[in-house]
Design a protein around this ligand. Sequence first.
Ligand code: GAL
Length: 638
Amino acid sequence: MKRTPHQRTLGVCYYPEHWPETQWAEDAERMAALGLTWVRIGEFAWSRMESTPGTYDWTWLDRAIQTLGSHGLKVVLGTPTATPPRWMLDRHPDMLALDKDGKPRGFGSRRHYCFSHRGYRAECAKIVSAMAERYGKNPHVAAWQTDNEYACHATTLSYSDAAKQAFRDWLAQRYQSPDALNRAWGNIFWSMEYSDFKDIGLPNLTVTEPNPSHVMDFRRFASDEVVSFNRLQTEIIRKHSPAPIAHNYMGAVTEFDHFATGVDLDIASWDSYPLGFLSDRIPAPQDHKLRFVRQGDPDFQAFHHDLYRAVGRGRWWIMEQQPGPVNWAPYNPDPLPGMARLWAWEAFAHGAEAVCYFRWRQAPFAQEQMHAGLLRPDSAPAQAFGEAEEVARELTAMPDVGTAAAKVALVFDYASDWAWEIQPQGRSFSYFWLVFHMYKGLRRLGLNIDIVAPDTSDLSAYRLVLAPGLFTLSDPLKAALAAHNGTAILGPRTNSKSENFSIPVPLPPNLPGLDAKVIRVESLPPDVPVPLAQGGALVNWREKLEGSATVTEVAEDGWPALVSAGNMHYLGGWPDETALLRILQRACADQGIEADPLPEGLRRRDSATHRFLFNYNPVPAEWGGVTIPPAGVLWTAL
Ligand code: GAL
């Protein structure tokens, strides 16, 4: 991972096509005066770029880019492929994605296309080529964005004919013969054997659950389709432009393997909506949601910063930052004054190169008219405008950021999320939230964390490695763990399936040097915690372990909960916060890592040069003899 210092910059998302051209120059002037560097444009404007098939109008975009550029702003140009215009449907009536029930995704919003439709891909290649040819050498176009938020609105999986054909080809390549596929999937079960790839359907509309191996391969295939769709665009752009290419990922979206798309991109970016996410997708208790209602979860943003730093191999941005109330969550509160500043600084502390607010001016029309911007619909500054201004001022005093080395690594694997979604074996088992829970525990202890990919082959930089819930251990990771001389904590469920989605023998976790076998598992309803002898409990999930490994934690009923051999530990369950903090603190003590719990809602992050404290609480926080106000950020030189 790159650790060279780079400049921190601010930006904004702008839609020149939404405003009269007479307004552009004034907007650009105000953006520059505010201290912004970047303006992202273009990603939804296909109907204005190509209003009828093959008729391009670039003149307005030329002028928009010129106007922004002449005010010293740098443009991130988005390809518009998330919003195919209405005429596309007349040319390709079958380009729509179909949902699990076989219903088409209708026109009238966005992201209605099927990743597998070859005709639609050809249309995308055409518009991206035309854009890249025209703007590839434009001095103001300093970065690109492909599409917009792949997978957002649950749009990766499509049960269309195009997907079915492509899936059959993918299977034929992977297995070579129907017999090999039958064996791998265990199709003798329920007489599901196939004699020809052309007979294999998509895993929907079955009477009861489809074969998990079938679904797992469909998920892998669907992820590969996103990767190749994205690659089609990056290959075209690279032919014409030297500028770096980004994609804007989302929060808690795991439908495709972001590490795999990341390989084809220069920058990973993500769209951070802390209050929307807390209201919409974080399964937290009500008192937590109430405490952080105007600030967001104290760890959710940081988790994604660390994840996307890994996906971007060191280079990452916030492409969209919430500036005020959004429109799309169940409840859309106003951020506490100061949060638009805090969120930006937290991103910078985690190594972001740029933070772009979404959006410049609130649109008075269409779906997002209730979504705040830096400006109100009447162009007067909204709350976040002043906060962005403050960040811009502060950046001039401290322009460079370097990512600090972390002693702790947490493995994240998209395929494991698919695996446990396919076979949770208990409603409350979620891979994503298990990993996030571990991350939260580490953060509560004030640690810097690197999230690493599941095929990481070198762990030598880390004193402590956590790999919860990995459905299978990759060969490189297995070798890296074997060579690692720090502490490793694996489990629960780690290495409990084969690649083909079956239970391996010898039984899991089958870790080198650790004599332990999972001989039974149970999932636990929400109100059935299993107390541990040393305090705290296992929740959601636990395993019965057999073997001669040392029992380090045990449940009150005598089942081992954590077993160890030297520095290798296997966790046979999902520890609650009390148990998790104890286990992590013990591991940190073993490795000489300083790890003291921070007060609730206060978080710490070290950059290469500074120690940052962020107060996510609605009340002041005390730490180390200082008081940090609500939404406060404090930094001291290291
Ligand atoms: C993002 C999306 C933007 C806008 C924004 C509203 O998910 O990329 O286009 O819709 O949400 O919060």
